[in-house]
Design a binder for this molecule. Sequence first.
Ligand code: F6R
Length: 247
Amino acid sequence: IRLEVMPDHESASQRVADLIADQVQRNPVSVLGLATGGTPERTYAILSERVCSGALSLSQITTFNLDEYVGLSAEHPQSYHAYMRRHLFDVTDVRLEKTHLPDGAAVETGGHSGSRVCEAYERLIDEAGGIDWQLLGLGSNGHIGFNEPGSAGDSVTRIVELAEATIEANSRYFDSPDEVPRQAVTMGIGSIMNAKRIVLIATGAGKVNAVQQAVRGPMTPDLPASFLQRHPDVTFILDEAAASELE
Ligand code: F6R
């Protein structure tokens, strides 16, 4: 794992935006894997500014998001479909028909709809030729995507139960913790590891332990991000707060 420690969240966001812009300028038809959450919001805002000023075009990229809540429609303001439209797709020249998120709304409890949704997503990624460049955030419990502690290193896209810590963390976006969906569809760790290049952004003191264990700890399902140690091309972009336990 390559480490880049930037002074603060703003400079880390600029760095990730630069890396995405470099990738797209080198290969305008890149297939990008994208993350949601609070951390990459600023990165997306910077990309949007660059597209609006004419410095960058995202019009030929194809995108696949890591995850989506089960049971939220694309129109629900806290769905990741809505997040991506708000922060990137509707405010840049990304073509909506080239964007993909797991169809969390199509998953019904108890039926086979879940496995159909998951298999269809894996197939779409394959048909696009795989992911060239994957952006990740990091949960304070070490999750990537919604691969919570306990996830296997070779897991594929599947329906998962969210950890209590994740429900708690994400309840800041909902009126109450009761409204946070209990399940999500997430790309697996194996699906993420198939990406040719991976960049993880983690900022703030809340990520210190997860960063330390992901980088220096043993590879273990207890800390899903630790599996990134065996990928040949991973960069962690950190701010000083998140990196403070790495000597
Ligand atoms: C979301 C995702 C999650 C987040 C993680 C950190 O698509 O993949 O793994 O990256 O929960 O979230 P924030 O950035 O809100 O701390």
